[in-house]
Write a protein that binds this ligand. Structure first.
Ligand code: GLA
Length: 371
């Protein structure tokens, strides 16, 4: 068992007594490229990270216990806490026709919370996989991802796309995942950064924002309006020449979506040839589009991207929804210290919060723990 899984199992025993019936865990994710495209029926290219949330489950009443917050919440009512994610998953399963009997669960994890690394997807997918196995539903990972998205959309109340839940359930170690968010087809894309002498540096700007209180839902609504203006179902179907028929915000948001979808497909092609120089250029272009057209960047995210660029990064961009959270950079291994130190200085000079840095390798998706 992984450390987080052991921690959840131990928390279960301390809180409820006895051993859990099973333990599962789900990872957070970063998105390499393809931002704000998922809810427009477009393409994304995330990978799972080696930070996870684990859940230990057993039969009967007892509530939901978080080892990280050291608190127990009732299984029942929505209360705008972390417990809404597992509650939402059970709710979505029941709505899908799966009968959930009373269960108790203990959670433990090491995904940084509220920093855009999808701790919410991690807790949802861990719960979904655990309940699926515990009650013997055999739902299948793609359908579980969609149930988790439903939990987030209709129970928690954030109109997120399907990317995070897909990444958390379907990613494989050593690979990114190309998802066509319309057909929901997912393809593993091998990503051996170490062999290319590169590292994936993540900068957590420590500007925390829950998606519920940002412009996320607003961006989504503008995209839907733009699609209606164009008479198409989703911006996935918009072409460059259609953009002439849009103006103001609808134009800017749609221009980002159209160009970003093209960048994802180009990125997958160049990755096949190991062309990280071009991959990096696509990352920079993605960031510029998110900053100027989608308007979801922040001074902190921009500072990281610019500083990383000055210190050897092949590419860098904000990752996830934006509005704070994390940015990533593809940096030659020999230059990671230089890049992060320079970024730390640039943050200090501007009186930003002190950032946290991580290095991740593409990790495995959600799993049932064994042993
Ligand atoms: C959040 C959402 C995702 C996706 C990204 C932006 O992470 O949960 O569905 O929309 O923002 O790409």
């Amino acid at each position: 068992m992984r450390e987080t899984e052991q921690k959840a199992a131990k928390a279960y025993t301390e809180k409820f007594g006895g051993d859990p019936d099973l333990v599962a865990s789900g990872p957070g994710r970063i998105n390499l490229i393809g931002e704000h495209t998922d809810y427009n029926g477009g393409f994304v290219l995330p990978c799972a990270i080696d930070r996870r949330i684990a859940v230990a489950v057993g039969k009967g009443e007892g509530g939901l216990y978080s080892a990280d917050f050291d608190e127990t919440r009732e299984a029942g009512e929505k209360d705008d806490s972390w417990a809404d994610y597992p509650r939402g998953v059970a709710w979505a399963m029941e709505h899908g026709g799966y009968e959930i009997e009373a269960f108790k669960a203990a959670f433990a994890g090491d995904v940084p919370l509220g920093s855009g690394l999808s701790s919410s997807a991690a807790i949802e997918t861990a719960t979904a996989l655990a309940l699926d196995a515990f009650f013997g539903f055999d739902i299948g990972r793609k359908d579980l991802a969609v149930l988790c998205q439903r939990a987030e959309n209709d129970y928690v109340g954030v109109a997120s796309g399907v990317m995070d839940q897909y990444a958390s359930l379907l990613c494989k170690a050593g690979a990114a995942l190309l998802v066509d968010c319309r057909s929901l087809e997912a393809t593993s894309v091998p990503l051996d950064l170490a062999a290319a002498g590169l590292a994936l540096v993540v900068c957590d700007t420590r500007v925390e924002r829950g998606l519920a209180d940002t412009g996320y839902n607003d961006r989504r609504a503008t995209c839907e309006r733009a699609a209606r203006t164009l008479g198409i179902e989703e911006l996935r179907d918009a072409r460059d020449e259609d953009l002439d028929r849009l103006s103001a915000q609808e134009l800017k948001r749609a221009r980002h979506v159209v160009s970003e979808n093209a960048r994802v497909l180009a990125a997958v092609e160049v990755l096949k040839n190991g062309d990280f120089d071009e991959f990096g250029r696509l990352m920079y272009a993605s960031h510029a589009s998110l900053r100027d057209d989608y308007e979801v960047s922040t001074p902190e995210l921009d500072t990281f991207v610019e500083t990383a660029k000055e210190h050897g990064a092949k590419g860098a961009r904000l990752t996830g929804a934006g509005f704070g959270g994390c940015a990533i950079a593809l940096v030659p291994q020999a230059q990671t210290d230089e890049a992060t130190e320079a970024c730390g200085r640039a943050f200090a000079e501007q009186d930003f919060e002190e950032p946290a840095f991580y290095e991740f390798v593409p990790a495995a998706g959600a799993e049932l723990a064994s042993g």
